[in-house]
Structure formats: C-alpha cells, structure tokens
Design a protein around this ligand. Sequence first.
Ligand SMILES: Cc1cc2nc3c(=O)[nH]c(=O)nc-3n(C[C@H](O)[C@H](O)[C@H](O)COP(=O)(O)OP(=O)(O)OC[C@H]3O[C@@H](n4cnc5c(N)ncnc54)[C@H](O)[C@@H]3O)c2cc1C
Length: 399
Amino acid sequence: MSGVEKVDVIVVGAGIAGLSLALALARVGIEVAVIEAAAEPSPPPGGSELGLWDSRVSALTPASTTWLDELGVWGAMQAQRTGPYTRMSVWDAAGTGEITFSAAALGVPLLGHIVENRVTIRALLDGARQRSDIRLHWGAGIESANFSHGEGVLVRTQDGRLLAAPLVVGADGARSRTRDLAALQTRTWSYNQHAIVTTVRLAAPHQHTCFQVFLDTGPLALLPLSDPMFCSIVWSLDDGCWEGLRDCDDADFIIALNRALGSGCPTVVATAARGVFPLNQCHATDYVREGVALIGDAAHSIHPLAGQGINLGLKDAAVLAEEITAVWQDDMPLGQTAVLRRYQRRRKTDNLLMMSAMEGFKRGFGSQNPAIRVARNAGLNWVDAALPIKNWLAREALA
Ligand SMILES: Cc1cc2nc3c(=O)[nH]c(=O)nc-3n(C[C@H](O)[C@H](O)[C@H](O)COP(=O)(O)OP(=O)(O)OC[C@H]3O[C@@H](n4cnc5c(N)ncnc54)[C@H](O)[C@@H]3O)c2cc1C
C-alpha cells in the first residue's frame, strides 16, 4: 500500500509513559512513530514567579528517576528544576493519628522528587528529538485502526496519515481511544471527587517535606518544589465541596487552605491560578491483544493520594520495552499475543495491588463512621510506632 509509513512500533500519545517507551525502544534501534493528538508543547517558560510553575506535578520515586537516568534524561530534568523531598508527614484531621517517614530513618538520601510534568515531558521530548529512529507527529490523534491488516496494524490519524506496524501501544491516557478501538474492556468507577491543583507560596521554607492531611471531604497534599518557599497543592474534594473552592477568590481560597492544613504546616501566603481534574479509577481487564498493548493511564488510572500514577506508568513502559527488546534481538515478530501477555503478567498484579491499596486508603479515610475513625487513628499511630512495618511501607513507596 503506497503512502503508508511503516515502522516497528506505533506509540499513541506523547505523555510521560509514551515518550519514555519510545526512547527505551529507540536505544536498541527499534523504529518508532509517536502520534499525539495535542499540538507540540512549548518549552517550559523561564523565571520562577508563582504563575510560571506547572500546576501538574508528579512525585517521582527513586525507581522512576533511576529509569529516567538510564534513558539519559534525568540530568536535563535536574538542570531544569526538580524538588527532592526527605520527609513525609501524613495525618488525620479528625483525630490524633499521624505517621511520618524520613529518609534519614530509612538510611536513604531522599524519598523522591516533586517534578513539574512539563519538565519531564520536555526532557523526554528533547531526548526523542535527538534520535533518528523516533518520528513525532503532532496535532493528529489516532482515528481508526485495522487490526487484521497484512502488515500488522494499520492506523489512520485524524489528519489522514496512514501508519502500519506489527505493534501499536496505547499510551493515550485514561480516556484511551486506542483501548476503545482495540475493544479492550475496562472496570471504571468515579471517586465522586475532583482534585484542585495549584502552586502556592509559603511564609516559611517547606524543609523538603511532603505534607498530607486526610480531611472528611478528601485528602489534601502540600508538595515541596525546588524553590524552598513554593509548594504544589493537590486537594481532592468530594463532589459538592470542590465547586466553591474552585470559584472563590484567592484570599478566601488561602484562608480555606490554611484552615484545612492546620498548624503543623508552613502557612500559605499566595496562590497561582487553580486547575481542576475529575478523579476516576479505571483498570483495563486486559492490557493486550494481538498487535496492541496499553501502558500508563490507558491501562490503569488511580486516585492521586499516594502520587503513584505515573510511577506505575513508567514501570509499564520499562517492562514492555524489556519484553519487546528481547523479542527484537531474537529476530522474532513483534506484537504476538504470547509476548505481550508476558508484559501483562509482569505488570498487572503490581498495578492491581497499588490500586487496591489506594481504594482501601480512600474508603478508610473517607468514612465518617466513628468506629472506623478511631480505628484509623489508632492504626496510623500503631504503624508509626511499629518500625519494621513502617519501613516496609516506605520501601514499597520508594520502589
Ligand atoms: C491531580 C492529579 C495529581 C497527580 N499526581 C501524581 C503524582 O504525584 N505522582 C504520580 O505518579 N502520578 C500523579 N498523577 C497521575 C499522573 O498524572 C498520571 O498517571 C500520568 O499523567 C499518566 O501519564 P500517561 O503518559 O499514561 O498519560 P497522559 O499524561 O494522560 O498522556 C496521554 C497523552 O496521550 C494524548 N492523547 C489522548 N488521546 C489521544 C489520541 N486519540 N491520539 C493520540 N494522542 C492522544 C494526550 O494528549 C496526552 O499527551 C496525578 C493525577 C492527577 C489528576
């Protein structure tokens, strides 16, 4: 068929999961086309005024930054701006329960980094641009796919481009069109919450500490950025509670924020514009079928309360890259179900475990039941005092 761009792998979606997979595959000479629905992102603006920070940030675990380093992009991210954190303090607003984690107690240099998503995407993009084996197509998402085409999967983009490859990877986020086209089913439910995100300035330095308070209406996190006086806010709120905080003026928002955070945190004195995201849990029943694999939020999206979403997505990309590379080096065809199932087996249990843990947290801390409140406060204090269990929890979060 003329006019068809043939590559080894088509990656749908130039988010963090998709770009990291493209880079990992290109390292061994696999030719990749990345198709992205949005326009090419502009470079992060210089300057450190409050409004110039990306309100979308991720808490990257050491395992994630190690992998980004292997891909050759972590250095560029650090040269931009990354906020290391060494302490985590989590407490229940409706009681006395509290748990703290510190790098010093665990014998590690730090617990992770808070990084603006656009810093990560820019570094991955710059890395991808240096590779002749990655072709990037912007502003035209996947429109249709023929999965029984002679050359693998034939993809048509919204601007009429045709691409063919033995394997298409859906890295197109929680509302994945690739997943729908491949008829891969999901289990989806709404948390009946929205998250308000923004950047805030503090009255005193954050001391590289992540603060998270569980309120009756949902968890609120204050995440330390590379500037010691700036933090990112992720405030998850039940439906019916977030709308007023989205619409109020900055002064009222700051008052509500400081009241919710209580006296254990630095006081917030200024805020940038707010963004709002609906929170849903979604898990694909199968991540793969012949010629197709899903990674990142296309396969699973979870509540942001433990900041694990993209860390799971990066692990998916790393494992899928490993499985594809092994097949490629043995000169075997890519896209076979048996190969893709190995990826699914290696990732699904880990993802399910994290999703169940988040659901448990969300339900336990969302409960107004006095018995559950007492139990969760006692539980937090007990875990805080039980060092082996606490260390195990922390190591799980670092991996
Ligand atoms: C408020 C909030 C806070 C969070 N905090 C954290 C945190 O601290 N730590 C953490 O690990 N995770 C966090 N997460 C989760 C994290 O943001 C996601 O898990 C992560 O962004 C998913 O990355 P992805 O690359 O899989 O998908 P996405 O980031 O959704 O990227 C998908 C890409 O595909 C493109 N696309 C969509 N449709 C098409 C199409 N039809 N064709 C082509 N391209 C398409 C999109 O434009 C996008 O570029 C948070 C999430 C929220 C909502």
